[in-house]
Design a protein around this ligand. Structure first.
Ligand SMILES: [Zn+2]
Ligand SMILES: [Zn+2]
Length: 368
């Protein structure tokens, strides 16, 4: 049985990177190793000993790009967490768990009407769960929404961290898109940390065709082994070129020119332009990636196409067990998409991941 500590060891974001509006001068962000007390646990709370925490684009947004946290720094980042319950609610002690990246309040109107993934009072580790986040030895969380891993089949516990957010956000998106067996799907940004699971999930949920669009050929080749049937390399191409290539593929493969479900996972303007140019008759565009770009579109086309554009946020904790099952039943592969590093490399790892998106999601394992 793991020991219950008095103190939590953690890598706090003391300050994010700031840029002076007038001078443009950049003050680098600061991560510091700290010790914080274990709080008194409420009856519904548990303390989880962290096995691993994934480094997500969202963390980098908070640290480098001026995306504000709900709770102001100092706080610890990290919301893709797996670990073992070591204290609190007796019925959970000793269990291996995934902590959902967003935990709804379960009390508000949105929660009660099935839209809890976008609950306005939701708690997200590394953002709105007090000062607590995943780049730590331990974290206090409500037990209600924990996803228990009963038999991890020899996969290291830390690897399951990627199910929180990276693999579940695309599941919620697939639900929003109402993916059905036989659907035809496009994933723009299929090579990214979230995008590759979007492709795998669409296929696992019965999509007939999955076309992946991205720039890295190496990662596109990998996508062809995991979810994608066809790929388009978008390097040095604009949305018109892509649209032409897409139409040619449809012709060659005898695929319909209607009903495509398009997932935009990049959050970038070029990605959004591609998505909008591909949206056609009875199509659905699901916006999974976040970005601040303003993109122009003649929305009257939605009327003519009888088409939809839908946003999607996070994932309901109740979907986590389904995604975990898909991983354990080899319908979704996580092992080819995870690498682990000691948590003490956090500063270098952030730098590296911010410069070039890694081939495999980096999960940091506590080594305090
Ligand atoms: Zn994330
Ligand atoms: Zn709520």
């Amino acid at each position: 049985m793991a020991k219950v500590p008095d103190m939590i060891q953690t890598w706090q974001m003391v300050q994010p990177t700031t840029r002076d509006r007038e001078t443009g001068e950049v003050t680098p962000g600061k991560l510091e190793k700290k010790e914080i007390p274990v709080p008194e646990l409420a009856p519904e709370d548990v303390l989880v000993e962290i096995a691993g925490c994934g480094v997500c684009h969202t963390d980098l947004g908070f640290f480098y790009d001026g995306v504000p946290n709900v709770n102001k720094p100092p706080l610890t980042l990290g919301h893709e967490i797996s670990g073992t319950v070591v204290a609190g609610d007796e019925s959970w002690i000793g269990k291996e768990v995934i902590i959902p990246a967003v935990m709804p309040c379960r009390k508000c109107y949105l929660c009660k009407t099935g839209r809890g993934n976008r609950c306005l009072n939701q708690k997200m580790p590394g953002n709105s769960l007090g000062i607590y986040g995943g780049f730590s030895s331990h974290i206090p969380v409500p037990s209600l929404d924990l996803c228990e891993i009963k038999d991890r089949q020899g996969i290291p516990l830390s690897h399951f961290a990627v199910i929180a957010d990276a693999a579940t956000t695309p599941y919620q998106a697939a639900k929003r898109a109402d993916i059905q067996p036989g659907d035809n799907v496009v994933v723009i940004g299929i090579t990214g940390g979230v995008g590759q699971y979007q492709g795998q999930l669409a296929k696992a949920l019965g999509a007939k065709t999955v076309i992946g669009i991205a720039r890295s050929q190496e990662k596109l080749d990998r996508a062809l082994k995991f979810g994608a049937d066809l790929v388009i390399n978008s390097t040095d191409k604009n949305e018109k070129d892509i649209s032409k290539e897409f139409r040619n593929i449809c012709k060659e493969q005898a695929l319909p020119n209607f009903g495509w479900k398009i997932f935009e996972v990049t959050g970038t303007k070029p990605g959004q332009n591609i998505a909008l140019s591909l949206l056609g008759f009875t199509g659905k565009l699901i916006v999974v990636g976040f970005g601040l770009a303003k993109t122009e579109y003649a929305i009257g086309r939605l009327m003519a196409f009888d088409a939809e554009i839908i946003g999607t946020w996070g994932c309901l904790p109740e979907y986590y067990p389904a995604v975990l099952d898909m991983v354990l039943n080899n319908k979704i592969n996580i092992e080819e998409f995870v690498q682990t590093r000691p948590m003490s490399t956090i500063a270098e790892t952030f730098e590296e991941a911010h410069k070039v998106p890694p081939m495999k999601r980096i999960v940091l394992e506590p080594d305090f």
